[in-house]
Design a binder for this molecule. Structure first.
Ligand code: NAD
Length: 291
């Protein structure tokens, strides 16, 4: 079985790594936050540099916050580029800019290494349950080779196109998710101020055309006042920026996304960046003067 290096063991990476171990893969792990990354008690091997992780792995997976962190682990001192073997495959499952994904692909190609951008949707619940939706950019050969791992971590994996295509798809995903949260947050705020029972409303709407996973899960979060992450709103704001930059690059006006990004900025400015992205509802309630 292939040896898998896994760098970035946060809310998403840790359960993904555990699922791979449970499926029988030997894992080499690294996280700058030692307590987050400690899977040694489950049998994982730990190294202190990305270079060593890469040198000892057939497939290297990263699940990091953003483009700068991915660039740091790839290009930095004692980074992946210094250690990775020709013939290995690099799979970045973080959500980052498509342009960074293409840049990393080109750099690794020069070392005889295939790279896949393979961001995911499905959140913490999907990571824990191995039911993520994985959207990929890269070559068919690399995709086929990594498929057995994707099948452990996700319920679907689709090769969308060349390097960067997975990240562009993820940016579109985040636009839809962000605008849907905005819709749920606004409608729940109106209903609350109008004295409508939110639990009954959620139940009724889930049976109709407005049904969605976001109405289901985040509607429940708003009712329960549970804004523990989940998906940190500061990370979703990062994703909206990726989408807005892509809109600029391709001259596509993204009015709805721009509005949601501004609302997220207001949540961040109030010091709630670590809250779940469903906390957009808190801003809407504040604007509606709901105590
Ligand atoms: P997180 O902040 O919980 O985890 C990131 C981990 O990376 C942390 O444990 C951190 O210590 C580690 N890290 C940061 N820099 C590092 C470095 N240089 N070397 C090694 N480790 C480093 O974030 P998360 O929620 O797990 O998200 C990870 C990625 O997945 C992000 O790109 C996010 O946008 C994406 N994503 C998250 C969700 C979600 O619901 N949480 C869903 C889909 C996609």
């Amino acid at each position: 079985m292939k040896k898998v290096g896994f760098i970035g063991l946060g809310i998403m990476g840790k359960p993904m790594a555990i699922n791979l171990m449970d499926a029988g893969y030997s894992l080499i792990v690294l996280d700058t936050n030692k307590s987050a990354g400690d899977l040694t008690h489950k049998g994982a091997e730990a190294f202190s540099t990305c270079k060593e992780v890469a040198a000892n792995s057939d497939i290297v997976i990263t699940m990091l916050p953003d483009s700068p962190e991915v660039k740091e682990v790839v290009y930095g001192k004692d980074g992946i580029l210094e250690g990775i073997k020709s013939g290995a495959i690099f799979v970045d499952m973080s959500t980052i800019a498509p342009s960074t994904a293409r840049e990393v692909y080109d750099s690794l190609k020069e070392k005889g290494v295939e790279a896949l951008d393979a961001p995911v949707s499905g959140g913490q619940v999907g990571a824990e349950g191995g039911t993520l939706s994985i959207m990929c950019g890269g070559s068919q050969a690399a995709f086929d080779e990594v498929m057995p791992l994707f099948q452990v971590m996700g319920k679907s994996a689709v090769l969308i196109g060349d390097a960067g295509a997975g990240q562009m798809t993820k940016a579109c995903n985040q636009m839809i998710v962000g605008m849907t949260i905005q819709a749920v947050a606004e409608s729940f705020t109106l209903a609350k101020k109008a004295g409508v029972n939110l639990e009954k409303m959620r139940e009724a709407l889930l049976g109709g055309f407005a049904q969605s996973r976001i109405l289901d899960l985040h509607g429940q979060r708003i009712i329960d006042r549970n804004f523990d992450p989940g998906f940190k709103i500061k990370l979703h704001r990062k994703d909206m920026n990726i989408a807005l930059e892509a809109g600029k690059e391709f001259s596509v006006p993204l009015y709805g996304s721009a509005l949601v990004a501004s609302h997220m900025d207001a949540v961040l400015a109030s010091g709630k960046g670590e809250y779940d992205h469903s906390s957009l509802a808190l801003l809407m309630e504040q604007l509606a003067n709901i105590k």
